[in-house]
Design a protein around this ligand. Structure first.
Ligand code: ADP
Ligand code: MG
Length: 249
């Protein structure tokens, strides 16, 4: 087993004639949280979408280079398997317009998990995400009635039902208040014991608080990727130093 769950090699991604990711090389260690930071438009979301292969659904997208997942080329893994292993959580919470229970059952049913097992898994994931006490009496009510913070935790719980190896989160806290941000952060710190996490964040303090490693991107390139303390206190590239000190972006 490789030390790295994900290895990105010479990755280039673009749309039509526009190059968006330029020669990305990066390796992600198991059971870590990596934060991706960088100004708006630098390609952070595109990188996450490429890792979980939803980019391939964009007609004008082109992708070259390779991504190894657990040492296997992603291209050789079936899309539904990739999505089983690499879950994704988006910026604004995206509960399906159905009950809390149905949200959590959705993927489990798709993968043919039996009813009794489904019920156990659902309770476990609600407990893991700290939602159980809050929603145990309203499992059959619409998930859309939950607060933003609860919806985002539900989306994380939903991503966990099928036991992925990795979770990608794209600015998951940007619509949340401080209390909910703290909830999500402590949840992620707990989850990294079992999963590998990549989080895009525009909140530099958040990266400092929770990330083991931080990647700084600028204009489609990885400028620097290393241990979080080093990136914030002792970056080797001037552009990284300028960005983390708040000079731009
Ligand atoms: P970030 O998440 O860092 O803000 P994105 O990855 O969303 O950046 O976008 C990077 C660049 O790619 C932007 O210039 C954006 O306009 C462009 N882009 C993203 N998606 C598409 C698309 N489907 N078609 C064309 N251009 C796109
Ligand atoms: Mg984005």
């Amino acid at each position: 087993m490789s030390d790295y769950i994900l290895e990105i090699e010479q990755l280039n991604v673009g749309f039509k004639d526009k190059k968006v990711l330029k020669n990305i090389n990066a390796k992600f260690k198991r059971n870590t949280i990596s934060a991706i930071i960088g100004p708006s438009g630098c390609g952070k979301s595109t990188l996450l979408k490429t890792i979980n292969t939803i980019i391939l659904e964009v007609q004008e997208a082109f992708v070259s280079g390779q991504i190894l997942f657990d040492g296997r080329n992603l291209k050789q893994i079936k899309p539904e398997t990739v999505r089983e292993k690499i879950g994704m959580v988006f910026q604004s919470p995206t509960p399906f317009p159905m009950s809390i229970q149905k949200n959590l059952e959705y993927a489990l049913k798709y993968y043919g998990v039996k009813r009794k097992d489904r019920e156990e898994i659902i309770i476990e994931k609600l407990k893991v995400t700290g939602l159980y006490e809050e929603v145990k009496n309203s499992l059959h009510e619409s998930a859309l009635k939950l607060s933003g913070g609860q919806q985002q935790r539900l989306c994380i719980a939903r991503a966990l039902t099928i036991e992925p190896d990795m979770i990608l989160l794209d600015e998951p806290c940007s619509a949340l208040d401080l209390k909910n941000i703290m909830n999500i952060e402590s949840l992620l710190l707990q989850l990294k014991k079992k999963y590998t996490i990549i989080i895009v964040t525009h909140n530099l303090s958040q990266a400092k608080r929770i990330a083991d490693e931080t990647m700084f991107m600028l204009d489609g390139e990885v400028i620097e990727f290393g241990e979080t303390g080093q990136i914030f206190d002792n970056a080797s590239d001037r552009r990284t130093r300028d960005y983390v000190s708040g000079s731009f972006g």
